[in-house]
Design a protein around this ligand. Structure first.
Ligand code: ADP
Ligand code: MG
Length: 251
């Protein structure tokens, strides 16, 4: 089983969009578990909108000793399963502030993920939180989506600093990291210049695949579906992304 975190300390760069597109693509050949690790619960409301109440969510996994991942797995589609989240998670940092070893809660519960899964993909909030640290610690690969803004690069740097502090605390060793360009447009001079800067400054971690700007991704979310089911043309990019990710993760 391989674990992938999608993270950037900046909102709106496409973390959730990437999680869903990548998970759907991988689910064509593998069993995939998506973990909604964002208290805003966008994955949950986009893909599990039919379910009005959950017995347990990721909030319970963090908070309750006797609840594991296996207690809150919901099937979305064939080979595509989800662990939902809820707004209560907003206060988890505070609720767990006095708990020892709190960055390793998910690590200590990894054994409760059924061994049928090939991939776990974790969608994160844009905040440096206890939840994000838990996610980074258990990941084999971290994908950081950036859009064509300098603040998304700042978000990448802040995430790298968080990783560095986890390393300094001996909570992790070196991590496999890559950066994904999302919401780029093909025509503007600004994006072209931005792209040149990024190609130079991030050349060691930059994925070749670029997800261009399109309203189709918003439409797919509004329709509670995946881009693969909404627009064949716009989902091709996720085949390329998935191939690149498979190369990165199995080296
Ligand atoms: N390539 C894209 N082109 C256009 N809109 C996009 C693209 N990727 C994501 N979006 C839209 O932008 C918004 C933010 O994306 P989202 O994936 O939710 O970002 P994050 O999870 O990083 O906050 C959403 O409405 C989403 O549908
Ligand atoms: Mg999101």
């Amino acid at each position: 089983m391989k674990i992938i975190s999608i993270a950037n300390v900046k909102g709106g760069t496409g973390k959730t969009n990437t999680t869903i597109g990548l998970a759907k693509e991988l689910s064509k050949n593998y069993k995939v578990l998506v973990v909604d690790n964002d208290p805003q619960s966008n994955i949950t409301s986009i893909l599990l909108n039919d379910i009005k109440e959950f017995d347990n969510t990721l909030y319970d996994v963090y908070l309750q000793k006797n609840i594991g991942f296996n207690d809150c797995i919901y099937e979305f589609q064939e080979n595509f399963y989800i662990i939902p989240n809820c707004l209560n998670s907003m206060t988890l940092d505070l609720e767990l502030s006095s708990k020892g070893n709190r960055e390793n809660i998910l690590l200590n519960k990894l054994h409760t993920i059924p061994n049928i899964f090939d991939f776990v993909i974790i969608d994160n909030s844009p905040f440096i939180s206890l939840q994000m640290k838990n996610s980074l610690i258990i990941s084999d690969l971290i994908i950081c989506p950036i859009d064509n803004s300098s603040s998304s690069l700042q978000g990448y740097n802040m995430m790298m600093n968080t990783l560095k502090s986890l390393q300094d605390d001996n909570l992790i060793s070196q991590k496999n990291i890559c950066v994904l360009r999302n919401r780029f447009d093909k025509t503007s001079k600004f994006t072209k210049d931005f792209n040149i800067t990024v190609q130079e400054s991030l050349k060691d971690v930059l994925l070749e695949t670029i997800i261009f700007n399109s309203i189709k991704y918003k439409e797919a979310s509004a329709l509670h579906t995946t881009i693969q089911q909404h627009s064949k043309e716009h989902s091709k990019v996720f085949t390329d992304l998935t191939n690149e990710v498979l190369d990165k993760i199995f080296i």
